[in-house]
Each structure stands twice: as C-alpha cells, then as structure tokens.
Design a protein. Structure first.
Length: 547
C-alpha cells in the first residue's frame, strides 16, 4: 500500500463518508495516474512532434523552436493550465549571437622564432562562448586542473607566475574534492573568476579522453554553430577573457614539447585523482579571430496548476525541462537535422505528460505547480538563467525545481540516478517515492562528467532554490551502463538522436509516474524543501530568502 503523503487525491470525494474517503484517497489516484501513463504512448506522441524533421532541430531563436514553443503553449492551454509567461504562456528571451568566421581565423604555436600553424578542427578549436579579442599573443603556463577551492585550501595557482599568460589545464579535479565542490568550481563562470583573479587572459582546456561524452570528431564538425549570451546588461560571465581554446587530447603533446612532461604522464595522475604539477610552457599562442554578431529572440514557456491551500498556493514547485537543441548542421550520411529526441524532447514530453495527468485526475495540491519549459540550455543554461533572474512569479515564492533533461529511457527503469540527491530534502522525497515504486536510487555514478552543473537545475541552485535532476540509472559494470555510454558516444549531440532509435516507452511511463508523484509530494508537504546542513550549495539559500 502507498503512503498517503506520496499521493494525489480527488477533491470530488469530499462528500464521501470518512471511511470511503480514506480508502479512495489511498487507491484511486494511483490507479488514475498509472492508467494514464502505463505504456508511454502519450509521452511518445509528444516526442514525435517535437523531434520531427519539420521543427529542424529546435535551435534557440529559430522558426522551428518558435513552432515547438507554440505547440507546448497550446498543450498547456488544452490541459487547462493558467498562463504564467509575459505574453500568455510565453516569456520572450533576447540573445546576442556570436559565430566564428573561421575563414578569417588563425592559430599558431610559437617557440622561439619558429611559428607552427595549428589546424582548426583537427588540433584545436577556438571557443565562441567567449567573445574573442581580434588578436592575441601570450605565453603559456600549465596550471594542473586550473582550480582554486577555498573550502579545502586547494590552489593550482600558488607560486605560479600567471600574469598576462594563457592557462593550459586538464579538465577534472583531484579526488579529495567532493563532487559538488569539483563541479561548481569547474563551471565556466567560476573558472573564469579564478583565472581572472590570477591575471590570466585566456585558457586552453584539454579534455580527459576517458570522460569525453562526445568524440572529438563530432565536436569539431559542430564547431561552426553560433553561440549566444543573454542580451540583458551584466549577463556576460566571461567579461575580459580574450580567448578560450579546446585542444584535441590526441594532439596534447604538441603543447607539452620542451617541458619535460608528457600528456600520458599528466593523464595518469589525473586518472588517479592526484594533484597535477604546475610549470611554464616554453611557447606562446598567437591567434587572430573574426566573428559574426547578431541578435535573436527565443521563448521560455510557463504555465501554472494552481494550489488549493489558502496560504501555500502562493508558493510554487517548478517542474522544468529545456526545449532547444542544436538545429541544422553539416550532413552526416545525408542527415543534417539534430532532432534531439532524447535531448530534450523526452524531458519536455514528461512535463506535458504530467500536465495532462493533472487534467485527468484534478488533484488538490497545496502548493501551485509551475511547469517551465526553457530555451537556450544548449547555449549555456541561458533560458533558465534568465527565468531564475526574471521569474514570472515572485522569486521568493519558488520553493523547488525538479528538472528533467535527457533522462534516457533505453532500458527498464529499475534504478534512478539523482543529481543533487544528498544536497537537499528533495533527495529524501525522491527516495520515498522511488521506494514505493520498487526503484533503487543512487548518486551520480560518474561525477567526473559534472552533470549536476550542466543542466537547468543549476540556474535555480545559484538563486538558492533547492533543485535536482533525474535520469534512468545503471549499476557500474552492468549491461545498462554499456547501453548508456554507447548512447553518449554514438547519439549524444548527433543527428542519430532521432525518432528511429530504440526507446523503452514503458520505462518512460514509469519515469513520468515517478516524476508526477514526486511533484505532488513536494507540493503537499507542510514545509518548504531545505538544503541539508552540510550541503555546499546551502550558501546560496540567502539569495532566495531561505535556509
């Protein structure tokens, strides 16, 4: 039998006797919710539209994205949800765009009087997330992981001459850092704060090839896409950074020539989670860049299912997912559309499926539920960042965010990976709901991927709002792990993340059911979700008036 606090109940039963009401409250809502999502058919119907070729990959600010946003808004209206945008269900978001004109960009390694051309795409890529200076020439310095973590005293910059130089670092963190600390300080904004404080003017990152979600070749083929920043003043988190470069790990030793160190040596230390050395690199980078600038407007979509409690209805539990993907790129086997079926039509479909379930069951929940579909996640969590800073409901009234991004229903749902599981009381809620459904719950099995800061829940966390994200989980060494990692290698940010891939619709239905029950549980609790006393992210609670 399910616990009452995990369930929704039907207000139409209020006229029943207390005994009948008790029995029905325990059993009926579960039957209704389970029946509406038992085979995943409705969930898949949403995915089919959002990931169809006619939406052309839903790139932020594109016509396909606008059509997707209008579709979601129409579904919210059909389900009787109240508009919570600025223009009905829509919150317009303005972006500045930047695209490298690579035909007018050059990159070279300079050693003494010798200048060696660097092939863009093969050896390195100039990043467009930073608005590059037209011309840059500076010496290189290796700074290990490029981290400074005050909480532990870890500092890759102590005793290193970094002023006016370009930092070279290997992505990752030493093993003595917690996942939360490591992820937070590797975020783009925090890293640039650290580098800037050390007098660094730019950065070269080298990915650990054992933790690369996307093969270098696919990253390189997609490098021509425009990047974006919010048009709102003060939104540029990389202000002052003159250049950022991603270096192909296969060519990393080009950088380390003459240092007495090899990439294999450094990678072995990184794989062991050990501190890395720091040393000057007897070379400089010489770069010339050209960019094409523009502006676009894209859409967040927001809707509210009102709460029933006279006081708590003015608080909001957010259920979020991003709707944007990568649009149209270079053809691969004749296919140029990045449909983004799992990333993240699947998550948007879960939100829509939950909203449709509310229409069918009409539960009375104490708090209001804010369904939020955001844009610009692929551009750096920009849509959620904009909403979190410019919410369409009072900021202090948002009590939690439950985010769904690329949850990957590729095999039966027996285990749930929860990012942020031990950071707030939301983790306790997930454990309770999952236990009732016979589903195991686990922490991030691969924290080196920094997943917790790579999706939209992080925008809410930085505003002090407890948040988490969930995916279908796997046990280490299991066949499910192989399926999961094969998907990342072959389909993540690829044209093959489409409607032709095998999907377990029953697993998606179970995931949607779990998400709906979690949402109801949080909405009905007497207390707001709270950060755990030992959570690193508790420091941001004051940003939202919380604890």
């Amino acid at each position: 039998m399910f616990k009452i606090k995990t369930l929704l109940w039907n207000p139409q039963l209020a006229a029943c006797s207390s005994t009948a009401r008790w029995i029905l409250v325990v059993t009926l809502p579960v039957v209704l919710i389970a029946a509406s999502a038992s085979d995943g058919t409705r969930w898949w119907s949403y995915v089919e539209f959002l990931a169809s070729d006619k939406l052309e990959g839903r790139n932020t600010g594109s016509e396909g994205h606008r059509k997707a946003a209008e579709y979601v808004a129409a579904e919210f209206e059909r389900d009787g949800l109240k508009p919570a945008g600025i223009e009905g269900y829509i919150q317009p978001v303005k972006f500045k765009t930047l695209q490298l004109d690579e035909s007018h960009c050059t990159l070279a390694l300079v050693r003494g009087n010798a200048e060696t051309h660097v092939t863009l795409g093969e050896q390195a890529m100039i990043g467009a997330r930073v608005d590059p200076a037209p011309s840059v020439e500076a010496m290189l310095v290796f700074v290990g992981y490029g981290l400074r973590v005050p909480e532990t005293g870890y500092d890759d910059f102590t005793g290193v001459d970094t002023k006016g130089k370009i930092a070279v670092y290997i992505a990752g963190a030493p093993s003595n850092l917690s996942g939360a600390l490591a992820a937070h300080y590797q975020s783009a904004a925090e890293r640039w704060k650290t580098l800037k404080a050390a007098g660094i003017i730019g950065a070269i990152s080298i990915a650990n090839p054992k933790h690369m979600d996307i093969p270098w070749s696919r990253q390189a083929s997609n490098r021509g896409q425009a990047t974006m920043t919010l048009a709102a003043p003060g939104s540029n988190e990389s202000e002052g950074e003159q250049i950022t470069i991603a270096w192909n790990p296969a060519h990393a030793n080009d950088l380390f020539a003459g240092t007495g160190h090899s990439f294999d040596e450094l990678l072995a230390l990184a794989e062991a989670g050990k501190p890395l050395p720091h040393f000057d690199i007897p070379a400089s980078i010489k770069a010339k860049t050209a960019v094409i600038r523009g502006e676009v407007v894209s859409q967040n979509i927001a809707a509210v299912y009102p709460g029933s409690d006279p006081a708590l209805k003015n608080e909001y539990v957010v259920m979020s997912a991003h709707i944007d993907h990568l649009g149209v790129g270079k053809p691969v086997n004749g296919d140029a559309i990045f449909n983004g079926a799992m990333d993240n039509a699947a998550g948007v479909a879960t939100v829509l499926d939950t909203a449709a379930t509310l229409k069918e069951t009409r539960p009375a929940v104490k708090r209001s539920i804010l369904f939020l579909i955001v844009t610009g996640e692929e551009k750096g969590l920009l849509g959620s960042k904009y909403f979190a800073g410019n919410p369409t409901v009072p900021a202090h009234s948002i009590v939690a965010d439950i985010n769904t991004d690329m949850f990957l229903p590729l095999y039966p749902l027996k285990r749930l990976t929860v990012y942020g599981l031990d950071e707030s009381t939301l983790g306790d809620d997930v454990r309770s709901v999952a236990k009732d459904m016979g589903i195991a719950v686990q922490l991030d099995p691969d924290p080196a991927r920094n997943s917790f800061i790579r999706s939209d829940q992080y925008s809410f966390i930085l505003r002090g709002i407890p948040a988490l994200a969930m995916k279908d989980g796997y046990a280490k060494g299991s066949p499910e792990e192989i399926v999961f990692k094969t998907w990342l290698t072959e389909r993540y940010h690829s044209v093959t993340d489409d409607l032709k891939q095998p999907v377990d619709k029953t697993a998606a239905a179970a995931f949607d059911l779990l998400a709906a029950r979690l949402l109801a549980r949080v909405a009905n609790e007497s207390s707001r979700p709270a950060w755990k006393p030992d959570s690193f992210f508790r420091r941001y609670a004051s940003n939202n008036g919380g604890k």
